[in-house]
Design a protein. Sequence first.
Length: 346
Amino acid sequence: MGSAGDLDYPQILFQYTNGFLVSKVLFTACELGVFDLLLESGEPLSSDAIAARLGTSHTGMERLLDACVGLKLLAVEVTREGAYYRNTEISNLYLTKSSPKSQYHIMMYYSNTVYLCWHYLTDAVREGRNQYERAFGISPKDPFGAMYRSEEEMLKFMAGQNSIWSICGRDVLAAFDLSTFKHIYDLGGGGGALAQECVSIYPNSTVTIYDLPEVVQVAKERFVPSEERRITFHEGDFFKDSIPEADLYILSKILHDWDDDKCKKLLAKVHKACTPGGAVLLVESLLNDDKSGPVETQLYSMNMLVQTEGKERTPAEYSNLLQAAGFTEIQVKRTGKLYDAILGRK
């Protein structure tokens, strides 16, 4: 007779097999504007009313809404007049565009870009390289050229990254006391959400966002308020161009994009530019020391395979990269959220 664990296993397989169905239901409800409509309405709506306002079929919308109820993204009340749907607290907070903690943009990026790359995961495992060529007909040698293949895609990516920092930014920036660092460079700072969080926590510091010229222009126009004088910009490619002197360099979700050799070269440039007594802060999703988890980080590492040249790493692996570049007194802080912090000093 099988153990209780054996009997549970088919259910686990079922959940894993159908995981992609769950994500597509979530993505579709976001893309169609279901959660935004229910927030704006201020009252529960029937499936017919939602379908009419969003221009969908009644049959399709009813099934989508019921699936969202099953996923606890919507709540339903059945009356004599029919079923009426409303948002849950989770969907109001994270899935509506107007919420300060909205994850709508990262959902759309996953739906329209990441999901297509994952279609070729088997090829990525066989070949050991990203799948932009198969997914979009773009050279795999320039991952960010592929990610920024149009202004629309760039906006999706930047807005998506900003939404992540609306949830995790304060945790990683407060993991260590960074108040002694007055001049901070945020390498690959993108849309500036982490920089804005940084000057909020450390008001006596200034942050310079160093990113590609096209990214900087979009950040200035769309994301960082012009009246925020504590945030400045530097246009360039930090692999090819010089890195100016600063007290602290933040590399948030940067090293996981690249192989060890590129990481070592970048960190060596950072170490050379860093003021004596300065530091570098790595913000990454950390694997357990034995790589047994967390499962979210393991899946992120698979995503790095299909989208970039890099991988997720253990604290020891990041520490080795920092030490190879000359950094010492390396400290690791797990935040309990999706991203953790590592500080190395010069």
